[in-house]
Write a protein that binds this ligand. Structure first.
Ligand SMILES: *Cc1c(COP(=O)(O)O)cnc(C)c1O
Length: 418
């Protein structure tokens, strides 16, 4: 239950409901696979973040999960939005989010992305490289207004997470390196430029970090760098990890805020301190429901249970070796005494959702299976591999399931072909 969205409940027959609607009903109405988001859970995590860090101090990293409904919800709950591409910026602006509530990131922003950001008037742009400084200067020379900028700094620390999502070490594509002097050179360069207003520095050390000491170490380095610069703003990134399995532990938003308070206690009160959580806002708010299509038992080897999605709707197990729980939403409490590998329907042996899952002994074709904690970096990383249409996304609240992103159709699969 700890892994399920907050409004989840299980009735006497073992049927799982989220937001007052049974998962079986949602699967029947919208098909499978479907991402089911608990809207109340989403609003609660947004509110907790604002309560912990302050009004207009929390910037939701949209890449964790972005569609029109989500950016509207985050905006309604008072979160600012972090976008990393022109595409994410388009979705936010198109949904009616004011430009001055959006922040642009990215290690390789194109001239077009910068042009859009500068003319729209974003809250700030997090500048990542000397090439980008030059690009902004060229655009300003063309007549675009000088943006407020922060500089992304690579503080040179290792964090305990997967190497693919560790971003604060010296050997990184992101940001200005602190240890080789680039950070200080960038500050001087940006300060001297008429094409931008340098307002702060930024770091983001990695994602799915559960060791709070990693944040504290990085943030202390950043605060030490920040103090003598006499700038008004500092952004300390996202990265707070979440529990994916029953044995995982992760700090709460409040504990994370406590670490931040300690690390920034020397800063004057008027300094604006931003954080940029993504995963911790959305991950546990959603589950994915699949249907079982085949059950193959190879005596003495293992059982394979194939579902109707896989690496195209959740590439995290394949990319990072991520581990998920799995259970039947129509009999949540059934004893799971057998073991099986839960796989997708793609033409890859690596298309594995759960390597070795405890399951009931009698899982059969047509059963539903749910993987919890799929709200972050699953739908947003979904692909059309094998021309599988991307799943539907549903928000549930108060007994109503609302389609917010429809399932792709066969026509969608050829709509770009000319
Ligand atoms: C991805 C990212 C975040 C959010 O990371 P989470 O681990 O999802 O909290 C924040 N800031 C930047 C710059 C990012 O790239």
């Amino acid at each position: 239950m700890r892994l399920l969205p907050r409004t989840a409940s299980v009735d006497a027959s073992g049927a799982l409901s989220i937001g007052g609607v049974t998962v079986a009903d949602i699967a029947a109405q919208f098909g499978t696979p479907t991402f089911i988001y608990d809207e109340q859970h989403l609003r609660d995590t947004c509110r907790e973040a604002v309560a912990a860090f302050g009004t207009d101090r929390v910037i939701y990293a949209t890449k964790a999960f972005i569609n029109t409904a989500m950016v509207q919800l985050a905006n309604e709950e008072g979160l600012l939005l972090d976008v990393a591409t022109g595409g994410e910026l388009f979705v936010a602006l198109n949904a009616g989010v004011p430009a001055n509530r959006c922040v642009l990131h990215g290690n390789n922003k194109s001239e077009n992305e910068l042009r859009t950001a500068m003319s729209a008037g974003l809250r700030h742009i997090v500048v990542d490289s000397f090439d980008e400084i030059e690009r902004i200067e060229l655009l300003h020379a063309e007549g675009l207004p000088a943006p407020r900028v922060q500089l992304r700094i690579t503080p040179g620390l290792h964090v305990e997470t997967h190497a693919y999502v560790s971003t604060g070490q010296d050997d990184s594509k992101f940001g200005f390196n602190l240890n080789n002097g680039d950070a200080h050179r960038a500050v001087e360069r940006a300060r001297a430029s008429q094409a931008m207003e340098l307002v702060g520095i930024h770091c983001h050390i990695g994602s799915n970090v559960v060791t709070v000491a990693n944040f504290e170490d990085a943030w202390r380095v950043m605060v030490d760098l920040f103090m003598p610069l006499a700038l008004p703003e500092i952004t300390l990134g996202g990265g707070l990890g979440v529990a994916y399995t029953a044995s995982d532990v992760a700090p709460t938003m409040q504990q994370w805020a406590e670490v931040l308070r300690r690390a920034t206690s020397a800063l004057p009160a008027e300094i604006v301190v931003y954080v940029e959580p993504g995963r911790s806002i959305v991950a546990a708010s959603a589950v994915t429901v699949y249907s079982v299509g085949t059950v193959k038992n190879i005596d003495g080897i293992r059982t394979y249970i194939s579902v109707d999605g896989g690496m195209s709707d959740n590439p995290r197990p394949m990319m990072y070796g991520s581990v998920y729980e799995v259970f039947d939403p129509q009999r949540v409490t059934a004893p799971r005494t057998a073991r099986a590998r839960i796989v997708g329907k793609h033409c890859e042996s690596g298309d594995i959702l759960v390597l070795d899952a405890p399951v009931p002994t009698d899982v059969k074709v047509g059963d539903l299976l749910v993987t919890p904690v799929t709200g972050a970096y699953a739908y947003s990383m979904a692909s059309n591999y094998n021309k599988l249409p991307r799943p539907a996304v549903v928000f549930v609240a108060n007994g109503v399931a609302r389609l917010v992103t429809r399932r792709e159709t066969d026509d969608d699969l050829v709509r770009l072909d000319v």
